[in-house]
Ligand binder design. Structure first.
Ligand SMILES: [Zn+2]
Length: 232
């Protein structure tokens, strides 16, 4: 199986469905990652003290490192303007993603839930582009939106995430064997330490809540959801 994750920023893959990406990459599947910006507008911790060019360079390196940790076989990083994706004409982002689809030919696509997890307009723009693009792809391609459940956010009271509801979930992927890998990938994003310290701590609570990763299949539109699938 070929899976392509498409995200706005370096670190979305690690804070997001990293367990699933690692699980598929490390069990013989081809896993690609297309990140649309270099994260130069990041504003946490040390990022505030760096110029945008230096920060973009560091975050690009961090993303390469995280992808290597996860076992991602193919990484492509574009240079669209961070924090401004929603202001771009839709065809700009969609054309770039279409080129990757033509090249990588994935069976499955992954990005964030429509709400964008953190509500970030960049995340929401990428989801909107993918929802539009899949309509014109071969019928065999699937689109899965990654989200978190309310209960997974409760140990992070200071980080407001927008959860999805259990009824939306079509796939619950067990990633307990890949949690240490996910944590290592998150930590690879050194410039984002202020964010991930809040995200993964207290560690024991994080490890309990992060054993499963939740997805909503939106394309092809699934039949009425009765069973939760544990693989794509
Ligand atoms: Zn992001």
């Amino acid at each position: 199986m070929k899976i392509l994750a498409v995200f706005a920023h370096p670190d979305d893959e690690s804070f997001g469905p990293a367990g699933t990406l690692a699980r598929y990459a490390q069990t013989g599947h081809k896993v690609g990652l297309f990140t649309l910006t270099r994260g130069e507008a990041g504003s946490v911790g040390i990022s505030k003290t760096l110029t945008t060019e230096v920060l973009a360079g560091r975050r690009t390196c961090e993303l390469h490192h995280a992808a290597k940790i996860l076992g991602i076989n193919y990484l492509k990083i574009a240079d669209l303007p961070d924090k401004k994706l929603a202001e771009l004409p839709d065809h700009t982002g969609m054309k770039m993603i279409q080129e990757e689809l033509d090249f990588f030919k994935p069976d499955a696509l992954i990005t964030f839930h429509e709400q964008g997890i953190s509500g970030h307009p960049d995340h929401q723009a990428v989801t909107r582009w993918l929802l539009e693009l899949v309509k014109n792809q071969p019928k065999t391609i699937s689109l899965f939106l990654y989200g978190v459940l309310q209960e997974q956010t409760e140990h992070m009271p200071r980080r407001r995430l927008l959860p999805m509801t259990l009824v939306e979930v079509t796939h619950r992927i067990v990633v307990s064997n890949y949690l240490d890998t996910k944590i290592e990938a998150i930590k690879a994003h050194a410039t984002q330490e202020e964010s991930w310290q809040r995200f993964i701590n207290p560690l024991e609570k994080f490890k309990i809540s992060a054993q499963w990763e939740y997805f909503k299949q939106v394309w092809p539109v699934p039949e009425k959801n009765i069973l939760l699938h544990d693989e794509f």
